[in-house]
Design a binder for this molecule. Structure first.
Ligand code: 6AU
Length: 268
């Protein structure tokens, strides 16, 4: 099955140039860590990206929380992504009608389409949101842009479960050009028949922490080992890494835990 294949094997078979690049980075750097860099100033964001860049595959931003956001924020991130060989994922969680999300994605103050390789979106509004983002990506003709559908959420009492999660998978299958996979707590697509025999969605799992079970505002965590055993491909961790006393030591611990669990999975 898909989860016993290596990133290198999956890179070879995958139709998406962006997924090929992502898997190649993971193999080269031996990391499946996505740093959730939820820092609120440009200096702090760029500093953590520079220090932890060598150990991560993807840097995830919430660019709208950066209080002094500007061209230097984006230029800095883009340069560091090239220097340290990682991709940029803007965690904007698009959720509106198609016409609005196209404007939020392509232009506006944040110019997300210009610099973020990966974005995420919710299907609460129906298929039209994915259609709209897919259209923007396909029309722009830039191959290195993709969407993750937010099929579940890690917060307590999340309503993104059951039929909603199943519908996320069904919609993802209709947009193979732009939908790379999911943000979810576990692998989802093997439970229902694939539209194509080559289907290979990438699973990004958030709510990952080595030492905490949650926070005071409803976040719920699992460990890297649990997430990888559940079929995750990339582990998103934020406070567990950047808020540690020594973030470099912490990111190396997450990198090792994630990589060991991955190797164990492809061996079994
Ligand atoms: O490791 P943390 O708890 O410090 O940060 C988790 C990060 C945050 C959340 O906005 C995000 O992951 N997140 C997401 C994403 C990535 O879409 C979905 C979700 O269900 N839960 C979650 O925490 O930046």
């Amino acid at each position: 099955s898909r989860s016993s294949l290596s990133y290198a094997q999956r890179a070879e078979e995958h139709r998406s140039p962006l997924v090929k690049k992502l898997f190649a980075i993971a193999e080269r750097k031996k990391t499946n860590i996505v740093l959730s860099a939820d820092l609120t100033t440009t200096n702090e964001l760029l500093d953590i990206a520079d220090r932890l860049g060598p150990y991560i595959a993807v840097l995830k931003t919430h660019i709208d929380i950066v209080s002094d956001f500007g061209t230097s924020t984006i230029d800095g991130l883009t340069q560091l992504a090239q220097r340290h060989d990682f991709l940029l994922f803007e965690d904007r969680k698009f959720i509106d009608i198609g016409n609005t999300v196209q404007k939020q994605y392509k232009g506006g103050a944040l110019r997300i389409h210009d610099w973020a390789h990966i974005i995420n979106a919710s299907i609460l509004a129906g298929e039209g949101i994915i259609q709209a983002l897919d259209q923007t990506i396909c029309d722009a003709g830039v191959s290195e842009r993709g969407i993750l559908i937010l099929a579940e959420m890690t917060s307590k009492g999340s309503l993104a479960v059951g039929e909603y999660t199943r519908a996320s998978v069904e919609i993802a299958r209709k947009y193979p050009q732009s939908v790379l996979g999911f943000v979810s707590t576990k692998e989802l697509s093997s439970h229902s028949p694939a539209a194509s025999p080559n289907e290979d969605f990438v699973v990004f799992t958030t709510g990952v922490n080595l030492s905490s079970k949650g926070d005071a505002l409803g976040q719920q965590y699992q460990t890297p080992t649990m997430a990888m055993a559940g079929g995750s491909d990339f582990l998103i961790a934020g406070r567990g890494i950047y808020a540690a006393a020594d973030p470099v030591t912490a990111v190396k611990e997450y990198q090792k835990a994630g990589w060991d669990a991955y190797q164990q999975r492809i061996r079994s």
